[in-house]
Structure formats: structure tokens, C-alpha cells
Design a protein around this ligand. Structure first.
Ligand code: JA5
Length: 265
């Protein structure tokens, strides 16, 4: 169960992790909207990971580090122009307050100007023990904040209202690589797809849905043939939809022969 609130206490989504596992992956989030994290961190995979003690998440309210009567976290841009800019003092005070008790925090600013998140970057982040995310809001953050983080990460070339949802994307992807978060069976299966191809098509009951039938081979019980069919579907689908991925994928001699043969038909 989550603990804390947004009027002073960080939202701590796990208070048992240290008893169960001396080295849980720690995610700290600095945001003006702690509530945005409540549901995503309280259900499904991330909830189970925290219950198991392999992941811990602490959401820190940026406003708690803001000073003055209004505890402002934004101000107007120097030089004029539209919108507001996130002030540097509260963000840096929060970073210092949050990081002070941590041993080797890695500080990440979510921003469309960061390096694009890839599975390779996800793996790199998962090798660290403590990630601290700064979520920007308004029309952007004061440029000087960049001097107080270790890197800037983007989750894609589109505009978001703030860094919060981007931080959740990073957390979800990183948590999946933490040992004990995803079951061993699922994780081996996932690895077999990290050869850089798209997934093969999947089906479940019923056999016919609105006139659309499940491919006969999947009903055959012939596991070797099913595996071959799936591999071919993954190859075809990747060539069709993501030729950029196919160019970099790990292909066997069989794969290459089969693809060449397919394009000659
Ligand atoms: C953070 C004020 O990676 C995609 C994006 C991350 C991010 C975006 S778009 N906007 C902001 C932000 O807006 O701080």
C-alpha cells in the first residue's frame, strides 16, 4: 500500500523492500504532480515488483522544495515570449535533498531534447541501482537545470505536457529488466525476440471470430512447424513494417535464404 501524501511526505510505494532485498532497484521521481504516479505504480507488474521487494518507487513533490509564500515552481521567461519556465532553485534543492542519502544516484531529466530511449539504453539504466527522474512541466525548464543532472532522455519525438508520463515509460521498461520482476519463462521468451524483430501474430480462442479464422498451422499441434511459421511471420512483418529494424536484426542463414526466396515470388 502506498504511504505518504503530497503535503510534505514523499509518496513511498514500498516500505518493505529493504527487508526483503538489500538491493532493490530504486526509482525516485521529482514532480509537481505526484498523483499522476499513484495508479501506474499501484497496479500490475510494478506493484508486484514492489511487493516482492525488487523495486522501490518514491515520488517527491517538487513544491516541498519551493520557498516563499506561493512556493512557486515556475516563472516568466527572460527575454519574453509565451508560457512559463520551471525555476532552477526548487529543482536543484529537490535533487540535492533526494540524492543526499543515496549512494550512487543517476539523475535523469526527461526531455524531448534527450537521447532517444532504446532497449539498449533501457538495459544500461537497469544496470544502475538508483535512478532519479526530474519531470519538467510548463513550457520547459531553466537551461541551468541541465548542469545538475547526469543525462537527458526522450521517449519519442512528440510533445507531452510534462516529463511524468515519459518517466513512467522509462520506469516500466527498466523495471522489466530487474531480476525477479518478470517471470523467468516470460523473460526467456522476451529474449528470443530481442533479436530485433517484431513479434509474430498471436491468436487465442475462438477458432473463428467474425469470419476470421486462426491460421491452420497453429491448430496442427506440430511444434516444429509452428516455430518455423512464427519465425517467418516475424521476418515478413518486420520487413513490411520496420525495414529499419530488419537491417540491424540478427538473422540466421536460414532466415536470409527464406527472405530472399519470399521476395522472388
Ligand atoms: C518532457 C514541459 O520524450 C518525450 C517527451 C518528454 C518530455 C516532453 S516530450 N515534454 C516534457 C516537458 O514539457 O517537460
Amino acid at each position: 500500500m502506498e504511504e505518504g501524501n503530497h503535503i510534505g511526505l514523499p509518496l513511498r510505494f514500498n516500505n518493505r523492500s529493504f527487508d526483503l532485498n538489500p538491493h532493490p532497484m530504486q526509482f525516485h521521481i521529482i514532480t509537481i504532480f505526484p498523483e499522476l504516479f499513484t495508479s501506474p505504480l499501484s497496479v500490475s507488474l510494478l506493484k508486484k515488483a514492489q511487493d516482492r521487494g525488487v523495486v522501490s518507487c518514491v515520488v517527491h513533490n517538487l513544491r516541498d522544495y519551493a520557498i516563499g509564500k506561493h512556493r512557486s515552481t515556475d516563472d516568466t521567461p527572460y527575454g519574453g515570449g509565451r508560457g512559463m519556465v520551471m525555476k532552477p532553485e526548487p529543482v536543484v534543492a529537490a535533487l540535492e535533498g533526494v540524492c543526499q542519502p543515496l549512494s550512487q544516484p543517476w539523475r535523469i531529466l526527461l526531455s524531448p531534447q534527450g537521447a532517444l530511449l532504446t532497449q539498449a539504453k533501457v538495459a544500461e539504466l537497469a544496470a544502475r541501482q538508483t535512478l532519479v527522474f526530474v519531470c519538467g512541466r510548463y513550457e520547459g525548464v531553466d537551461e541551468r537545470i541541465r548542469a545538475f543532472v547526469d543525462e537527458e532522455v526522450s521517449v519519442g519525438d512528440y510533445i507531452l505536457s510534462g516529463g511524468e508520463i515519459a518517466a513512467l515509460v522509462v520506469i516500466d521498461a527498466v523495471a522489466r529488466l530487474v531480476p525477479g520482476v518478470v517471470g523467468r519463462k516470460e523473460s526467456t521468451q522476451e529474449e528470443s525476440f530481442s533479436d530485433g524483430l517484431l513479434e509474430y501474430p498471436q491468436y487465442t480462442r475462438p477458432e473463428a471470430f467474425r469470419g476470421l479464422r486462426v491460421p491452420e498451422v497453429l491448430l496442427s499441434g506440430n511444434h516444429a512447424e509452428i516455430a518455423r511459421w512464427r519465425r517467418k511471420q516475424a521476418l515478413l512483418r518486420t520487413r513490411e513494417r520496420r525495414p529499419d529494424l530488419l537491417a540491424r536484426a540478427t538473422l540466421s542463414a536460414d532466415d536470409k535464404r527464406w527472405l530472399a526466396q519470399e521476395s522472388n515470388e
